[in-house]
Write a protein that binds this ligand. Structure first.
Ligand code: GAL
Length: 361
C-alpha cells in the first residue's frame, strides 16, 4: 500500500490492506505512542445497520495510515447474550484505566429485535488495547439516583407516579407530547435511557459518560466510578428538550468544548456546539460551528457537510491541534459510510470547523 500523506474527508479511506476502513461512529484512544480507532463494523446493505460482526479496531502512529487490528469486541452466538449477533452496537468508545490497567469500552446497545427500545449502555473490558474485549454487562444508568441539578421539589413520589402514567411503556416520543422531565421521572426507578454517547477522561483521571437520554430529549453527563466500569452516582441533565445526539467533547484552556447533532436518525442536520467551565455544567450553546461546503454533495453547515459528529481528537504533542470527527452515513449500504475528519479552529469565544477536501496536520 502506498502510504497516505493527507486527510481526504468523505473519500474512501484505505487501511494497510487497501480496504476501506470499517469503523463507523469512531472513538479514538491514544496509548503508549499509538492511536487506536474503534468503530462499528458494518456489512453491506441495510443489514449493516445491525451488529453482525462487532466493534472493529485499527492502529496508527500518524493518524493517516491505519493497520487493521481485527475485531475488538465480537458479537455473541449465544441467543441469551445481550450482544447476540443482530443486536445494535453503536458509538463504541474506549478509555484506559491507569489504576486497574484495563481498557474499558462503552457503547450504546439495543437488544436484538427490539428496534431502539432498550436504550442501554454496554461495557466491555480488555487487558490490551486491541482486545479481544470481554462483555461485562448492559443496563440503563443511574437507577434510583437523582441528578444533581434536579430541584428538590421535583423529586417526590407523587410526580414519579404521575409521570409513569403519562409515559406508560413508550420509548420514543416523535410527536413531542411528553415533557423531558416526565420522561426522566418515569425512568427514575428503573434507570435512565442511554442511546448516543461518548466517554471522556479528565486531567484529574475522573471519567464521564455523556449519553442521550429521556427519549433523546436530554443529555446526561454522568461521572464514572474509579474503575470506569460503572456510574458513580453523580450526574446532571444537560440541554433538556434540545435533542442533542452524537455527543463529542474535548478540554482546552481549562474549558470543556462540545459538539453534537440534532436528532434526525441517519439524515444529516445542523451541528451544535457548546462550552462549559465545568464538565457537569452549566453549559452554554454556541451555535453551529461549521463553515463552508462539501463540494462532493453540495452540503454545508445546515447539514454538517452531510455528516454527524462522533468524536473530538486532541492530537498528541501538537499544541492546539484538535480534530473533529464525523460520519457520513449510507444506511442503504452501511459499509460504504464515510469519515470526515476536519481541524477545529478555536477563536476567543468558540470554535469553527471549516470544510476542506484535503489537508494535513
Ligand atoms: C442517529 C444516531 C445514530 C443511530 C441512528 C439510527 O440519530 O446518531 O447513532 O442511532 O440515529 O437511526
Amino acid at each position: 500500500m502506498k502510504s497516505l500523506s493527507s486527510f481526504h474527508p468523505g473519500a474512501i479511506w484505505p487501511d494497510n490492506n487497501g480496504v476501506h476502513i470499517n469503523a463507523h461512529s469512531a472513538g479514538l484512544l491514544f496509548h503508549e505512542g499509538r492511536y487506536y480507532w474503534f468503530g462499528e463494523h458494518k456489512i453491506e446493505g441495510k443489514a449493516g445497520n445491525r451488529a453482525e460482526v462487532g466493534v472493529h479496531v485499527y492502529s496508527s502512529d500518524d493518524l493517516l495510515n491505519w493497520t487493521d487490528e481485527g475485531i475488538a469486541l465480537a458479537v455473541s452466538e449465544d441467543p441469551e447474550s445481550d450482544i447476540v449477533r443482530g443486536c445494535i452496537i453503536e458509538r463504541p468508545k474506549v478509555i484506559y484505566n491507569a489504576k486497574t490497567r484495563k481498557f474499558v469500552m462503552w457503547f450504546h446497545l439495543e437488544l436484538k429485535d427490539l428496534g431502539y427500545q432498550a436504550a442501554r449502555a454496554g461495557v466491555a473490558v480488555s487487558d490490551t488495547a486491541t482486545g479481544p474485549y470481554t462483555f461485562v454487562r448492559s443496563f440503563r444508568p443511574n437507577a434510583g439516583v437523582w441528578p444533581q441539578n434536579l430541584p428538590a421539589e421535583e423529586r417526590d413520589a407523587d410526580s414519579i407516579a404521575k409521570a409513569k402514567v403519562s409515559v406508560g411503556t413508550k420509548t420514543n416520543d416523535p410527536t413531542g407530547t411528553l415533557t423531558p422531565l416526565a420522561i426522566h421521572l418515569a425512568q427514575h426507578e428503573g434507570g435512565q435511557m442511554a442511546r448516543d454517547m461518548t466517554v471522556f477522561v479528565d486531567d484529574d483521571g475522573k471519567a464521564y459518560h455523556l449519553y442521550t437520554s429521556e427519549m433523546n430529549a436530554t443529555l446526561h453527563i454522568s461521572q464514572l466510578t474509579d474503575d470506569y466500569q460503572d456510574h458513580a452516582g453523580i450526574y446532571v441533565r444537560a440541554f433538556p428538550g434540545r435533542f442533542m445526539e452524537a455527543p463529542a467533547i474535548c478540554k482546552r484552556g481549562g474549558r470543556y468544548w462540545f459538539i453534537a447533532s440534532d436528532c434526525t436518525g441517519w439524515d444529516p442536520n445542523p451541528a451544535r456546539a457548546a462550552v462549559a467551565d465545568a464538565i457537569l455544567g452549566p453549559w452554554t450553546e454556541l451555535g453551529n460551528p461549521c463553515v463552508g461546503v462539501n463540494p462532493e454533495n453540495g452540503l454545508g453547515p445546515e447539514k454538517t457537510f452531510g455528516g454527524q459528529s462522533t468524536y473530538i481528537l486532541p492530537v498528541e504533542g501538537k499544541k492546539d491541534a484538535y480534530i473533529a470527527l464525523f460520519d457520513i452515513w449510507r444506511p442503504e449500504n452501511a459499509i460504504d459510510g464515510r469519515y470526515v475528519w476536519l481541524p477545529m479552529r478555536f477563536t476567543e469565544t468558540g470554535f469553527e470547523i471549516e470544510w476542506r477536501s484535503e489537508w494535513s496536520l
